[in-house]
Design a protein around this ligand. Structure first.
Ligand code: MG
Length: 253
């Protein structure tokens, strides 16, 4: 589907009708990180595949993309249940996750996703505050964000691994983002997501979810989870995000 002002408007209007919202009043745009801001998903997928193989568990790189956003133990136990009919014990689970983290740290540093910087700049230029909502959380995370996206994100409102218990697909991370940003309503925000479980989380938080398909999954994997509009790259998003925000704030149902 070709993206233009008309179908952006229709997606926003359909969403408001479905939710019973009279209008948007956008205060913040919540950006997922892996696969949206950074091209880090191929590294995660290959690390998952190698670590699981080391422990006799079958998880292809392609399937790893389907689990993006899930907690480490959640992913491990889905595969273990499928293969052996039982979950792995907690100690083994921690070993597998540690191995995955080791493989990940050996990967080349993920680059900024093309179009991500422009997308965030364009959000900020409208006066709406961009924030990051992620299940990741390494110590170098903040540094990496500041290096790649200097002075763009409002860090006090960021949600990362230490803030959440349940993780995606539970709406918890996005609900926490709304809370941190000043007890906002879902109609005060939109979400930018690349993963099926992330779209599911955003949808469950009652927010308008912009899916950006930056990986190998079919568009349906994102649309079927409740994405309200879909872009095929962050570059395409960067070219349309200003229109999307202005259409949202001028919408009157
Ligand atoms: Mg992601």
């Amino acid at each position: 589907m070709m993206i233009n002002r008309e179908n952006i408007h229709k997606a926003l209007a359909d969403f408001c009708k479905e939710k019973g919202y009279e209008r948007f009043n956008l205060k913040t745009v919540m950006f997922d990180m892996d696969g949206v801001l950074f091209d880090s998903m191929p590294n995660h997928a290959s690390s998952w595949h190698k670590a699981m193989t080391d422990f006799g568990l079958d998880l292809s790189e392609a399937e790893a993309f389907m689990h993006e956003g899930r907690t480490g133990s959640g992913t491990i136990n889905i595969v273990s249940q499928r293969q052996f009919g039982k979950s792995v014990d907690k100690a083994t689970c921690q070993k597998i996750y540690k191995r995955k983290s080791e493989y990940f740290s050996q990967c080349p540093t993920a680059q900024r996703m093309p179009g991500a910087y422009e997308s965030v700049c364009n959000v900020k230029a409208t006066g709406v505050t961009p924030i990051i909502i992620t299940g990741s959380g390494t110590q170098s995370l903040l540094d990496r964000i500041e290096t790649n996206f200097p002075n763009l994100f409002h860090h006090e409102w960021m949600v990362c691994a230490k803030d959440v218990k349940l993780g995606k697909p539970n709406p918890e991370p996005y609900l926490m983002g709304l809370k941190k940003a000043g007890n906002l309503s879902p109609s005060n925000s939109i979400i930018i997501e690349n993963a099926p479980l992330g779209v599911q989380a955003g949808h469950a938080a009652n927010c308008f979810v912009v899916a950006v398909n930056t990986g190998p999954l079919p568009d349906e994997a994102l649309l079927n989870e409740g994405a309200n509009i879909l872009f095929h790259s962050m570059t395409e998003l960067s070219e349309n995000i200003t229109t999307l925000i202005n259409e949202a704030n001028n919408l009157n149902i």
